[in-house]
Ligand binder design. Structure first.
Ligand SMILES: [Zn+2]
Length: 404
């Protein structure tokens, strides 16, 4: 009797499972973004897709991969950035570099960037329906100008590996599981592309991509481009620097949800700055990452879900920086904030102190959040939960902007 009961339960469960998988398959077909979970391609061995291995000189796949690389460098991407994009294709999305992957895949997606469904490419006003490398790139820019622009800004000066991860997170946006499964393949493929196609010799250029992106999104970043170009010449903001003296070799102890950008736990899946934790940095002075004037010290909320006290700095080269969440109560502010409104700070000057881990602070302080924008901070807060280009990655700016 028991057995029979289990049979019935088992039958119902199997039916439900079948139903669930049909629903999921339908959802994936309807979803307008790639959900590919495969792609742990063995780059060393070379993956094939009808056109040979893209890592093998002379194959059709190699030619397409090289053309894809060039299609981005000619838009202003650096060699590392173009390699990051190629790495996503060669490491996971379309490992055989078949231009119209739909022809062999038979799924709803298509192309180097897995436009899903393929009609998303075919119906775009910029599409000439040729599936050429250049035209697919043009459609990518047309579909997501802000994404491309943000990728360009955030990975400037970075490694091909980090560009690969950024392109995955910003543009491809696979599921969390697929991210975990394919990130290393994308990164390895980016390195391979970087070396194969001479990425080290190609530096990025603001203007070409800036124009393309600006036209596409209404020209709102024209001012940004201008500021970026003049940022180092005036010296007003000065160099960029790490907020803690113990950070050496450009290697801060931050990871996962502390990083800028994609966040699994936050509203909008976005973290608008970087969190430096007290476990690694408690007890140390918080230093200005960029020089400027302390134009505002404010206070909003007393719990860890709030900003707490925040210190806003305006740099002369168009950047604004905010240091927040390292003091919540008035007594904490008195103790840990070391500047006042109107003060001028140079890069490396003390802004405050991050309380020691487990010290007497109440409400508990366990990190300092640092944000950077080219918008005035209170205006930028309206994009706190949206990766729309308002907030910039402080780590990248610091890495790129130190005195050499
Ligand atoms: Zn934060």
């Amino acid at each position: 009797m028991k057995k029979k009961k289990y049979w019935i339960i088992g039958g119902v469960a199997a039916g439900l499972l079948l139903l669930l998988s049909i629903i999921m398959a339908m959802m994936m077909m309807l979803s307008n973004k790639s959900c590919k979970t495969g792609g742990t391609a063995d780059i060393g061995g070379g993956s094939t897709g009808g056109g040979g291995a893209w890592t093998q000189v002379g194959t059709e796949a190699y030619k397409n991969a090289e053309a894809t690389f060039k299609s981005w460098t000619e838009k202003g991407m650096s060699g590392a950035q173009a390699a990051g994009i190629v790495g996503n294709i060669g490491g996971a999305e379309d490992t055989g570099f078949v231009l119209n992957q739909a022809e062999i895949g038979g799924g709803t997606g298509g192309g180097l960037y897995q436009f899903t469904p393929a009609s998303k490419y075919l119906n775009d006003p910029k599409s000439d329906k040729s599936w050429s490398v250049e035209n697919q790139r043009d459609v990518v820019i047309d579909l997501e100008p802000a994404t491309v622009k943000q990728f360009f800004a955030d990975t400037k000066g970075g490694s091909p590996e980090d560009a690969a991860t950024a392109w995955m997170n910003y543009y491809e946006r696979p599921s969390a599981a697929a991210r975990a499964n394919t990130n290393s393949a994308r990164r390895a493929a980016a390195r391979t592309a970087y070396e194969l196609f001479g990425g080290a010799n190609i530096s990025g250029s603001d203007s070409i991509l800036g124009d393309a992106a600006a036209t596409a999104d209404g020209g709102s970043n024209a001012q940004n481009d201008e500021n970026q170009c003049s940022s180092s010449s005036t010296g007003a903001g000065g160099d960029w620097g790490w907020p803690f003296a113990s950070i050496k070799n450009n290697n801060p102890a931050i990871s996962g949800e502390q990083l800028f950008g994609h966040s699994t736990s936050r509203t909008g899946n976005f973290h608008d700055g970087v969190d430096f934790g007290d476990a690694a940095y408690g007890g140390q002075e918080i230093k200005a990452i960029h020089g400027g004037t302390v134009y505002k010290i404010g206070h909003k909320g007393v719990t860890q879900n709030d900003l707490g006290y925040y210190v806003c700095v305006k740099s002369d080269d168009g950047y604004y920086e905010v240091y927040q969440e390292f003091a919540f109560s008035d007594s904490q502010a008195a103790k840990y904030i070391k500047v006042k409104e109107g003060d001028t700070v140079k890069t490396g000057d003390t802004i405050g102190t991050l309380p020691k881990s487990g010290s007497e602070t109440s409400p508990l302080v366990n990190h300092v959040h640092i944000g950077v924008s080219k918008k005035e901070i209170s205006a930028a807060e309206s994009s706190a939960f949206r990766n729309d280009g308002t907030w910039l990655d402080p780590v990248q700016l610091i890495k790129d902007g130190q005195s050499k």
